[in-house]
Design a protein around this ligand. Structure first.
Ligand code: SF4
Ligand code: SF4
Length: 323
């Protein structure tokens, strides 16, 4: 990533993607009430992005990393081919999954230093099953993590927090993933208040998010967890740092095209990353600018700002390297 950022600077490119959120389908085998992706009509849910289209979009963007999400990517019949083609091009790939199909599909994938599963775990058993609205999903996800690790895969997790969470539940799930399951790295996020999500009551506001994370991270806990975020982004979640959104840094490409302005909001689509960058009024998005951004502290908007600020500061770079 450091080398990629240096190359962008040398080329004097002002806007470039750090990671692309690739959504090759919107269909899922779960119906979580906080989800803003599965409300499309059936003819959209039935669409599958062809391999060539997915690979061409990533190549055009030049992004070094790809997070494949959806919907549930493992429903896509060619997801292993999309993944393999991206790995062949030396892209780092995170495959985000609820893990229900992982054991059935794992033989189609090969371990690689460029590849990691990113398994959705929103809490311990009761909390996770409540979040995904189906009993038994937590146990299946935990079993799938074991199988993936046994087969030599790198395994990360992705945990979204809502108002039902407390500092205690945040600590419990991160301790479990870090210490008991030994996953390689963990990603965390406050849930974004999708307008389409059926459950509108449990999205965290900014002050609630800061309180939740500052209390959960207290007592030096933050350092012991293998969190896959820059220290500056974690400071931001805790309320120790404040900065604007850089939505062009983690853009989203789906069956509709490049989504404007980000993975979370859709103000239309562009045919290429270049077109997205050049035809979007980026200054009109972010907290204090667009009411839909008011409670957003999501990774896709604020981690790019944190990463770009980190690379401009020797002190922050040393902190990031120290982990
Ligand atoms: S698993 Fe993910 S994509 Fe599927 S319904 Fe839940 S939040 Fe949405
Ligand atoms: S703040 Fe940025 S990342 Fe969040 S919804 Fe608005 S544009 Fe998207």
């Amino acid at each position: 990533m450091g080398w990629y950022l240096a190359r962008q600077r040398l080329a004097k490119r002002e806007k470039f993607p750090l990671i692309v959120e690739l959504e090759p389908l919107f269909q899922c085998n779960l119906t979580c009430s906080g989800c803003g992706k599965i409300q499309h009509p059936d003819h959209v849910l039935n669409r599958r992005m062809p391999v060539e289209q997915a690979v061409a979009a990533i190549e055009e963007s030049g992004a070094p990393m790809v997070s494949i999400a959806g919907g549930e990517p493992l429903i896509h019949p060619e997801i292993h081919t999309i993944t393999a083609e991206l790995l062949r091009r030396k892209k780092f790939v995170y495959l985000c999954t609820n893990a229900l199909l992982l054991e059935r599909k794992i033989s189609k994938f090969k371990p690689s230093p460029y590849f990691a599963w990113a398994i959705h775990i929103d809490g311990l058993r009761e909390r996770h099953d409540e979040s995904v609205e189906r009993e038994g999903v937590f146990d299946k996800a935990v079993a799938a993590i074991g199988v993936a690790k046994e087969r030599g895969f790198r395994v990360s997790t992705n945990t979204t927090f809502f108002t039902h969470d407390s500092p205690k539940t945040v600590r419990e799930v991160l301790d479990f993933l870090n210490d008991d399951l030994g996953v390689d790295e963990m990603m965390i996020s406050p849930a974004y208040a999708y307008e389409k999500a059926p459950d509108q009551e449990h999205f965290l506001g900014v002050s609630q998010t800061r309180k939740l994370f500052s209390e959960a991270f207290a007592g030096g806990r933050r350092k012991k967890w293998r969190l896959n975020h820059s220290p500056l982004f974690l400071d931001f979640l805790e309320g120790k740092a404040e900065f604007g959104c850089t939505a062009w840094g983690i853009p989203s490409y789906s069956v509709f095209g490049w989504q404007r302005p980000c993975y979370l909001m859709s103000d239309g689509y562009a045919a290429s990353y270049r077109e997205l960058v050049e035809t979007t009024d980026w200054s009109s998005y972010g907290r204090g600018k667009d009411p839909r951004c008011a409670n957003c502290m999501a990774h896709c908007g604020y981690e790019p700002t944190a990463v770009l600020q980190t690379t401009k500061s020797v002190k922050q770079s040393l902190r990031a390297l120290a982990g």
